[in-house]
Each structure stands twice: as structure tokens, then as C-alpha cells.
Design a binder for this molecule. Structure first.
Ligand code: DAH
Length: 350
């Protein structure tokens, strides 16, 4: 190998060894810089005779071109490698699952309330809402509940500050006060028609909401839900209650052969009164009587407190427990699970 070939090989080796563009520029200086080896060779030409200058010059030029080509190739290789590394470090795996916003869901009792509202809605019942802090009048007195009734005792009821001796305030112990509140509004709206002897449209309403009692165990919570129902007209009977409530229970539980039993009972605001029990004919609860509501024909005193003539207007009311309906529907055996706010439990109902 002549000296020029050796020089080219050395340059190629040096360039290959350069791992960064800066290394490569240093290596370039060794050969092509002002004092580089190729440059030195060029300078050496000056002292040669003309003939030799020609051949020698051509050979050096060729060597120079090869060094330059090697330099360009290495530059390209380093640039390619750099780009490659950058692409790798910024790599995006489009097959990874995206980040989701976790989806929320309705509380199981809310699902039940929606269900109750839609079923009764389909039977022509409107939905009314009322205050959770009630007066003694709406919660007890207007509902024909005597002064000495045990439900009025401090042990059973959360009385709150702000009332007067004549009109104590309390957390409503049931949704029944909504019977009076709603009926009074209804009667007020139709006062003129009533006074003119033209009557009024029937009252058909449900009133779901929170209720409160001093009570706490696996099947009782100090805060719980009720849904009141009221149907008042000129010819509404206990038979209508039976049909409506049977229809409701069968639709709610999606069980056509569900059986209902109206067991005689007592409530101050209804006469006669009945407790409603249901019985599934299949499934884990089949054969057992399960209590789901209180009901009855609205007491004449209550009809009177609604502003109506009990000789003319008659109807029925019921009060059911949506929490209990939810437990039965989903097979939950501890009421407190609904109100602990544990997502491991609640997320199962989405
Ligand atoms: N308010 C009653 C309770 O909380 C339930 C009830 C019974 C409501 C009979 C009614 C009814 O409307 O007619 O125990």
C-alpha cells in the first residue's frame, strides 16, 4: 500500500471511531484542516518538478476526495443515528390503552327512586317534593296523630331548634306530610271550581324523599327514604289501591306472578289501614312474606285538613320504603351499606 492509500485508510478509521459530530470535526481537522495531513501533502507539491507535480497532484487529489467522501458518509451515519435515537426516546405506543375519566353512576337507591317515579308516572301520578325540616302540624297533627302518640316522643323524633312551643320543628319522620302539603296546593289551585260546585281533577301524586328517625341497626338507619302515594277523587276505592299497588310491585320487581297481601293494621291517618306484604313465587326469597308498605283509605279528618269535604272526596294513601325495595331487588342484607359511601359496594350498581 502506498502512503496515500494508507492515509485514506487511517482517515476512514479515525472517522469511524468518532462517535459524535464534535469528535468527527476534530478528526476532520487531522486530515483536511490547515495543518492536516492531506493539506501537508498538498503543500509538499510546490517543491516538486512539473512532471511529478502533475501525477502526484492527481493522486493526492484522488486521496483527498476519498477522505472527503469518508467524512461525508460518517457525518450522514452520525446524523442518522442521532435521529434514530431521538425517535426511539420519543416513541409513542399507540396500542397502549388511553387514560379514561372514570364513569360515575347513580346510587342504587336513586335508581330505585327513578324506577318508582317512572312506573307511577306511567299510571298518571305526578311527583312532588317537600321540605325535610317539617312543622309538628304537617308531620303529625294534620295527619290525625294525637298529641300523646309515641311517634311524637323525643326518643323517636329529631326535634330541631328554631321552632316555637306551639309549632315545634322536626326532621320529618315520614313522607306523609306531603299528602297534606300537596293536597292543600291542589285544592288552592282549584278553589274557584270547587266553590262553583264543579269539582276538581283527581289528586294523584307520589312524594319520594329522605326521612329521619332515632333508629339504627342493620335494617334501620337514622336517615332513610320513603315514597308517599296519594290518590283522592270522588270515587276512588280500596280496590283501586290494590290494583295500582299490585301493578307497581309486579312491574318494579319484573315478576308477573308476585303475590300481594293487605294485612289489617293501624295508622292514625288512614281508616281502614293495611300493611302491604309481597311474596315472590320463585328466586331466593320465594315463599316468604315481605313487608313493603303501609297503606289505607285516607281518614276523614285528614281529608278535611286538605281542605276537602270528606263526604264527597275519598281516596287512599300509601307509604313505602325505597331502601327496602332496593335491598330486595338486589339482594342486599345490610341497609347501612347504602349510606357508608364505600365505592367497592356502590360501583357494583353502575
Ligand atoms: N307514614 C307511615 C310510616 O312512616 C307509612 C304509611 C302508612 C303511609 C299508611 C301511608 C299510609 O300513606 O296510608 O310508617
Amino acid at each position: 500500500m502506498n502512503e496515500l492509500d494508507a492515509l485514506v485508510v487511517t482517515a476512514q478509521d479515525e472517522f469511524t471511531r468518532a462517535q459524535t459530530p464534535a469528535d468527527l470535526e476534530n478528526a476532520k481537522a487531522l486530515f483536511l484542516g490547515k495543518t492536516g495531513k492531506v493539506t501537508e501533502w498538498m503543500k509538499g507539491l510546490a517543491s516538486l518538478p512539473v512532471e511529478e507535480k502533475k501525477t502526484r497532484g492527481a493522486a493526492i487529489n484522488q486521496a483527498k476526495q476519498m477522505v472527503e467522501a469518508a467524512l461525508a458518509a460518517r457525518r450522514q451515519a452520525l446524523a442518522d443515528a442521532e435521529l434514530e435515537a431521538q425517535l426511539k426516546s420519543e416513541a409513542l405506543d399507540v396500542t397502549l390503552p388511553g387514560r379514561r375519566v372514570p364513569a360515575g353512576g347513580l346510587h342504587p337507591v336513586s335508581l330505585t327512586l327513578e324506577r318508582i317515579e317512572s312506573i307511577f308516572g306511567s299510571m298518571g301520578f305526578e311527583v312532588a317534593q317537600g321540605p325535610e325540616i317539617e312543622t309538628d302540624w304537617f308531620n303529625f297533627t294534620a295527619l290525625n296523630t294525637p298529641e300523646d302518640h309515641p311517634a311524637r316522643s323525643m326518643h323517636d323524633t329529631f326535634y330541631v331548634k328554631g321552632g316555637t312551643d306551639a309549632a315545634p320543628l322536626l326532621l320529618r319522620t315520614h313522607t306523609s306530610p306531603m299528602q297534606i302539603r300537596h293536597a292543600v296546593q291542589h285544592v288552592k289551585r282549584h278553589r274557584a271550581s270547587l266553590d262553583a260546585g264543579r269539582g276538581m281533577p283527581e289528586i294523584r301524586v307520589i312524594a319520594p324523599g329522605r326521612t329521619y328517625r332515632v333508629d339504627s341497626d342493620a335494617t334501620h338507619s337514622p336517615m332513610f327514604h320513603q315514597c308517599e302515594g296519594l290518590w283522592i277523587g270522588e270515587a276512588v276505592s280500596f280496590k283501586d289501591l290494590k290494583v295500582v299497588f299490585t301493578d307497581f310491585c309486579r312491574t318494579f320487581f319484573e315478576s308477573e306472578d308476585l303475590v300481594l297481601r293487605f294485612r289489617p293494621s293501624f295508622f292514625p291517618f288512614t281508616e281502614p289501614s293495611a300493611e302491604v306484604d309481597i311474596q315472590f313465587q320463585s328466586g331466593p326469597l320465594s315463599g316468604r312474606w315481605l313487608e313493603v308498605a303501609g297503606s289505607g283509605q285516607v281518614h276523614p279528618n285528614v281529608v278535611r285538613n286538605m281542605g276537602l269535604d270528606p263526604e264527597k272526596y275519598i281516596g287512599f294513601a300509601f307509604g313505602m320504603g325505597p331502601d327496602r325495595l332496593t335491598m330486595l331487588r338486589y339482594g342486599v342484607n345490610d341497609l347501612r351499606l347504602f349510606f357508608d359511601g364505600d365505592l367497592r359496594f356502590l360501583s357494583q350498581f353502575q
